[in-house]
Design a binder for this molecule. Structure first.
Ligand SMILES: CC(=O)N[C@H]1[C@@H](OP(=O)(O)OP(=O)(O)OC[C@H]2O[C@@H](n3ccc(=O)[nH]c3=O)[C@H](O)[C@@H]2O)O[C@H](CO)[C@@H](O)[C@@H]1O
Ligand SMILES: C=C(OP(=O)(O)O)C(=O)O
Length: 422
């Protein structure tokens, strides 16, 4: 594949930022570079349900949360998207009450929210969990606290940072997540009038303020989408430019791809990827940022199937994020799971097959594998893909891929399939 592909605003940055907009009791918020994703629609629906005015025009969202808001979120939204739980901190901080459906597990793990709740309790909240809901109360404003997270959870860091922004006094979150999306959220809160220091390091300090206001903010580029296209360039032995990729956000992927023999040129706001036939095997361990992202594990796995030798991919962030391995085996991959590791023997000639996407990144990875498989591959369950990729098929076609999106039943997108032949 050759050519240039442009990345969208980051899904994992825009979702917490949209949740944070409900803390603005005055003024309106304009968000720019908002990707047209199913997850953005879902969180927009959550806000509308709560009585927030929210309007989308092209890549911008206009949000007015100055009305009195409902402080409850029903299960139907959280079921579609776990990130709905990010309204818990903002609602509790603004209203002293929040009732949010408990997110269940999903295909990648059980995903509890104990660290979110532990932090909110330390800030003075009373929490009740029952009948599938978590309900939190604060007697007046939350107060500042010193919180040590057991694990640098992205969602817990975000929920607590938002709650602390409107709390009385200073909150210190230690062992917090350091992802670029945390920094984007902190920048947004600070633009709103908040006082957050240290985002991007292991300790964040937040001085609470009495109120926050709406502002204009541009969402950072999606490093996971960028990384997915970088792998697409490499696996097809192509030469592609990923525009909007910030190399500093992709250090671990760039290092691993270079170790495999892929040529990568870095520019300020783009990367060029030049594939090779002589891929070397690698060992990878997923870790919180700046370690290798779990959200790129499945995609990079496809590249290891083309490498000459044995690669070991160890998943430490989620306990069950190897559902795609079984699907890859249907495509002739020599792959097995041993404990928390996937062992991949390469190189193999992948064969087209009918496979099913088990989660969002598995969907992208199966499509990447399909690009280099002999014969036709059909990927189903594309509702997962639509959560996190804008026009993935169109963008790959633009780079020269032989791929079509097929709508089998118009009103049930989960039945769609994706086909490609090589
Ligand atoms: C919308 C969004 O930004 N999603 C990302 C976010 O998810 P999310 O915020 O859910 O991920 P976390 O960092 O919270 O979870 C990481 C690990 O910690 C565990 N955990 C988390 C919270 C908690 O209270 N207790 C607990 O045990 C989880 O089960 C998981 O095993 O970060 C993940 C890890 O980089 C990414 O894969 C997701 O794409
Ligand atoms: C796991 C992911 O997302 P979420 O946390 O929204 O399920 C992802 O983006 O790969």
């Amino acid at each position: 594949m050759t050519g240039t592909v442009k990345v969208e605003g980051a899904k994992n940055a825009v979702l917490p930022v949209i949740a944070a907009t409900i803390m603005a009791s005055k003024g309106k918020t304009t968000l720019k570079q908002v990707p047209a994703l199913a997850d953005v629609d879902t969180i927009s629906e959550v806000l509308r349900y709560m009585n927030v005015n929210i309007l989308r025009e092209e890549n911008s969202l206009y949000i007015d949360a100055a009305n009195e808001l409902k402080t409850k979120t029903p299960f139907e939204y959280v079921r579609k998207m776990r990130a709905s739980v990010l309204v818990l901190g903002p609602l509790l901080a603004r209203y002293g009450h929040a009732k949010v459906a408990m997110p269940g597990g999903c295909a990648i793990g059980s995903r509890p929210i104990d660290q979110h709740l532990k932090g909110l309790e330390a800030m003075g909240a009373t929490i009740e969990v029952g009948n599938g809901y978590v309900e939190a109360f604060a007697n007046g404003r939350l107060h500042g606290a010193r919180i040590y997270l057991d694990f640098p959870s992205v969602g817990a860091t975000e929920n607590l940072m938002m709650a602390a922004a409107l709390a009385e006094g200073t909150t210190i979150i230690e062992n917090c997540a350091r992802e670029p999306e945390i920094v984007d959220l902190a920048n947004f809160i600070n633009q709103m009038g908040g006082k957050v220091i240290g985002a991007g390091t292991e300790t964040i300090r937040i001085e609470g303020v009495p109120s926050l206001q709406g502002v204009e903010h541009t969402i950072i580029p999606d490093r996971i989408e960028a990384g997915t296209f970088m792998v697409a360039g490499a696996i097809t032995g192509g030469d592609i430019i990923v525009e909007g990729a910030i190399p500093a956000h992709l250090r671990s992927l760039i290092a691993k791809m270079k170790e495999m023999g892929v040529k990568i040129e870095e520019y300020e706001n783009s990367v060029r990827v030049i594939g090779t036939d002589e891929l070397k095997p690698i060992d990878i361990k997923t870790l919180p940022y700046p370690g290798f992202p779990t959200d790129l594990q499945a995609q990079l796995m496809t590249l290891t199937m083309r490498a000459h030798g044995t690669s070991v991919l160890t998943e430490t962030v989620f306990e069950n994020r190897f559902m795609h391995v079984e699907e890859f085996r249907r495509m002739n991959a020599k792959a097995k799971i041993e404990g928390r590791s996937a062992i991949i023997e390469g190189p193999v000639t992948l064969q087209g097959a009918e496979v099913s996407a088990t989660d969002l990144r598995a969907a992208a990875a199966l499509i990447l594998a399909g690009l280099v498989s002999e014969g036709r591959t059909a990927v189903t369950e594309l509702k997962h893909l639509d959560r996190g990729y804008v026009d993935f098929v169109g963008k790959l076609k633009g780079l020269g891929a032989n791929i079509e999106r097929v709508y089998e039943q118009k009103h049930n997108p989960s039945n769609d399939s994706m086909m490609q032949s090589s």
